[in-house]
Write a protein that binds this ligand. Structure first.
Ligand SMILES: [Zn+2]
Length: 344
């Protein structure tokens, strides 16, 4: 460990029995964070402070005003930017040597291998059961530990699982395909989010420092008044995901087009690149550009519809009445406007 780092972690290195080399190793671990709302953002920020330096951030969505209170590090004027871009800036402010790669796109069955192939641990902070199942199935097939987090109805959940050593996510959620509404509402006070991010970041750090992470293989439920329930999750010997090492079949869900509340999200399946610079000039000329960031643009389309477009071809349409309006609006956007900005 170099002198600068030694002085940064002075109070850590003085802890009795702490291994300096292991603290140094944290910076070499590659973490993927899926879902960059309040939870994903603050878990990542806490991990930077604990010594991690390499992050892949994956989320197709735009940060809205209603998201701001949940993340300790979010500010009102971060709204309208892609969440991955907002969090990248937060992490870069926390440590100058952090390496953050952003993916303003949905995690799908066609990009998961490319995104997770080289990571040491995945942090799931997504808001739906399908993404958790997708992550679980990949993690089982490639032996990657995952920490799952969520907030629902002012309760927090943290589950830390590792293939072979613990149950898998589907040992106790065995019928993913039968779930009708797989969304986790995210309703909760900020303090519930803070408790979840604290526990999750402590587990991840303990794991890499070689401490026995207390919650490894367990589900922790946190309710208001610090009512904490910890249940060990047994491996289900009949689990169709982890009991055999059969080829992975991903959950039957369309990750490429989906509706979440009044937001419709489309992720391009090819490695499309859009000329965001030129697109933003065009939108500014029409006086409809709201934000231009490194990851993309956010603008008013018509009526109450607002649209985010990333350089990688993700289209986020906010304010639609349903799936069909999401599809038709996205199609119109691509045909009337976006195709002109594709870089060959
Ligand atoms: Zn299982």
């Amino acid at each position: 460990m170099n002198e600068l780092k030694k002085s940064f972690y002075d109070r850590v290195l003085k802890i009795r029995d702490v291994d300096e080399d292991l603290v140094d190793e944290l910076s070499k671990m590659k973490l993927a964070v899926v879902g960059l709302g309040g939870l994903g953002a603050d878990i990542s920020a806490a991990l930077v402070k604990n010594g991690f330096r390499y992050f892949k951030l994956i989320d197709p969505d735009i940060l809205l005003y209603t998201d701001v209170y949940r993340g300790v590090n979010f500010k009102s004027d971060d709204t309208g930017y892609f969440k991955v871009e907002v969090v990248k800036k937060i992490l870069e402010r926390l440590a100058s040597d952090v390496e953050v790669i952003i993916y303003p796109q949905t995690l799908t069955d066609f990009n998961i291998d490319r995104l997770f192939r080289d990571v040491d641990l995945v942090i799931d902070a997504t808001d739906n059961i399908y993404s958790k199942a997708l992550i679980n199935r990949y993690s089982v097939s490639r032996d990657i530990p995952v920490i799952y987090t969520a907030v629902k109805d002012n309760k927090g959940v943290i589950i830390f699982l590792e293939p072979d050593k613990t149950a898998c996510f589907e040992c106790f959620h065995p019928d993913i395909e039968d779930v009708d509404d797989g969304y986790i509402n995210g309703y909760g006070f900020q303090y519930i989010y803070s408790i979840v991010y604290s526990i999750a970041s402590s587990e991840v750090t303990s794991y890499f420092l070689g401490y026995d992470p207390k919650l490894h293989g367990s589900m922790v439920r946190v309710s208001p008044n610090l009512d904490i329930e910890i249940n060990y999750l047994s491996k289900n010997p009949q689990c169709r995901i982890c009991s055999s090492k059969a080829a992975v079949e991903y959950p039957d869900f369309d990750y490429q087009y989906f509706l979440k509340g009044d937001t419709f999200i489309y992720t391009s399946d090819e490695r499309v690149r859009l000329d965001i610079e030129r697109l933003s000039r065009e939108l500014a000329k029409k006086h409809i550009l709201f934000r231009r960031g490194d990851a993309g643009v956010f603008f008013e389309y018509y009526g109450n519809i607002r649209v985010g477009v990333s350089y990688s071809g993700t289209v986020v349409v906010i304010g639609v009445t349903g799936f069909d309006e999401g599809v038709s609006t996205t199609r119109r956007l691509v045909e009337d406007m976006l195709y002109q900005f594709v870089i060959d």
